[in-house]
Write a protein that binds this ligand. Sequence first.
Ligand code: 8YV
Length: 318
Amino acid sequence: MSPLPRVLLARKVTPAAEERARRDFDTLVADHDLSTDEAIEAAARHKAVAMVIGASVKLDAAAAARLPDHVKIIANTSVGYDHMDAAAVKARGIIVTNTPDVLTDCTADLAFMLLLAACRRAHEYDVLMRQGWGVKMGFGEWLSMKPSGKTLGIVGMGRIGRAMADRARGFGMRVLYHNRSRLPAELEKGAEYFESMDAMLPHCQILSLHLPAGGGTLMTREAFALLPKGAVFVNTARGALVDEDALIEALKSGHLFAAGLDVFRKEPDYDTRFAELPNVFLTPHIASATQETRDAMAMLALDNVAAICAGRPALTPV
Ligand code: 8YV
């Protein structure tokens, strides 16, 4: 019997996925999410043919050049892979995979939760209750914003953007979108296409980002200014897309009614000025963090590893 393929789990995965990895491969399991140097060193030491990684392993061109020759696949446990220079890794003859589809529903669910929480002042009411319901509200006081029937703008109408649009339709929203190209009618489902994001922004009572990072800062001070006064902003995509100073100013001035944010520029840290704003609902980059979805993401990463080790094509190459 040939020896089991050597795999490095450079990040902690779920128990079910770890059990499978230990059963199907000769697996070295890291006890924490490894840094880039730690991961490259562990892969070399373990003679790994596969590395299962998360965003703590940042493979820029220089790090890609240091990957050991025996590594055949880098399996990301995420759909976004802006933590690596995929072209540089692939130029080394190494397959790169990600985890599309399996996290679409949970990411759209969380984006919609942030949308509802931001519109309905969920954070403020929750704090108020935990402080003993000190403020008794009059009929016309502390009012929030009705999400149903509003106009939602989506930037990035890929799988997650379309799942967000599906949820919005259930709330009677008018859906606008900006995307690199217009979708066919069966995917558009009545959403209105804007070739220019700037042309769309003035119509968006709520704006939600669903595109990868890489194209620089999309939501600049000027872009926020184009949103109508009282708009709500939701981001489950990447913090790098947003000028956070401009966002904080817009939230403070009341130009934005509220925001719901799952992603930040300085992850795994964040600008704590957000925490001082009552009109922000914050989550720590957990859109895909349900038991079901994290299991599915880790299993898909391992499916990709298994395919490459068996000489088959990867399921979800990038
Ligand atoms: C994270 C994500 O990767 O898939 C993505 O692009 O950002 C997330 O799913 C996940 O939180 C693991 O770190």
